[in-house]
Design a protein around this ligand. Structure first.
Ligand SMILES: C[S@@+](CC[C@H](N)C(=O)[O-])C[C@H]1O[C@@H](n2cnc3c(N)ncnc32)[C@H](O)[C@@H]1O
Length: 259
């Protein structure tokens, strides 16, 4: 389903420096996702939605003779990833590109993606773009928000007067169907509840501002951000985020992909 242009463009940029500092939950989940990737160490792997590069950095350690393409749409995230990945610069290409469009890449051996797919509304196109750059037989290993993800946070935002939800929290069944249609085989998707406690007060507020409510806040004038965040935190009570992650394992069909 198409999104209004205001939503599609409003949510592009991130406070990448703050994200890098507070992304401990995503980095922890990312390590478990990388564990599902079978690597010899000399492959070329795409990190689709690399953010500030904390998970990409772990991926680089798994590829001592390989290469990594760290791709993201946000200019601020790309700059932060370049800084973080500078030590691995000879083996890493940091690329600014949009996963919602055909990707400007040669074929890769595997694709990993963490905490990203739910920001992209059209998963049919997304999976087709990934299949088009993944070599036949190559692995796709990913995790993103799944159905029910941060439902309490969105309900609290709605109660505080902002009802925009630009995210796409898909079900495992829909995702398996879309991946199969895009030319993936051995598809397995499953949900993983990850209720995540955070430190109360300023750390909780910063986390909500930077991650969960980032796109909601962009719909409000800056002068109203603080009051909105306070209302949401009051609604939520306990500083716990009701994350539900959608895991994805698949392999690209050995047959040539036909767009
Ligand atoms: C929550 S961050 C996750 C970053 C990193 N993978 C991690 O686990 O820490 C989501 C990232 O997805 C990127 N993203 C969202 N939509 C995108 C798109 N259409 N194309 C490329 N990147 C996108 C954002 O810019 C952001 O850096």
């Amino acid at each position: 389903m198409a999104q209004p242009e205001s939503v599609a463009t409003a949510a592009v940029e991130w406070d990448a420096t703050t994200y890098d500092r507070i992304a401990d939950p995503m980095t922890r989940w990312g390590a478990a996702v990388l564990d599902r990737l079978r690597l010899a160490g000399d492959e070329c792997v795409l990190d689709a939605g690399c953010g500030s590069g904390r998970v990409t950095e772990q991926l680089c350690r798994r590829l001592p003779q390989g290469r990594v393409i760290a791709l993201d749409r946000s200019a601020a995230m790309v700059a932060e990833a370049q800084r973080r990945l500078a030590l691995h610069a000879e083996r890493v290409t940091v690329l600014r590109a949009d996963l919602a469009k055909p990707l400007p890449l040669q074929s890769v051996d595997a694709i990993v993606s963490t905490a990203t797919f739910h920001w992209i509304h059209d998963h049919e196109s997304l999976f087709a773009h990934l299949a088009a750059v993944l070599r036949p037989g190559g692995q796709l290993v990913a995790q993103c928000g799944g159905v029910g993800n941060i439902a309490r946070v969105h309900a609290a935002a709605k109660a505080a007067g902002v009802d925009l939800d630009p995210t796409h929290f898909a079900t495992p069944a829909d995702t398996e169907r879309r991946l199969t249609a895009a030319g993936f085989i051995e598809v397995r998707c499953w949900l993983q509840p990850e209720p995540t406690p955070l430190d109360a007060g300023e750390p909780f507020e910063t986390y909500l501002r930077t991650v969960c409510l980032r796109a909601h806040l962009e719909q409000l004038p800056a002068s109203e951000h603080q009051a909105f965040l306070q209302k949401v935190m009051h609604q939520l009570g306990e500083p716990v985020i009701d994350y539900v992650r959608l895991n994805i394992d698949a392999r690209r069909s050995d047959l040539e992909y036909k767009a």
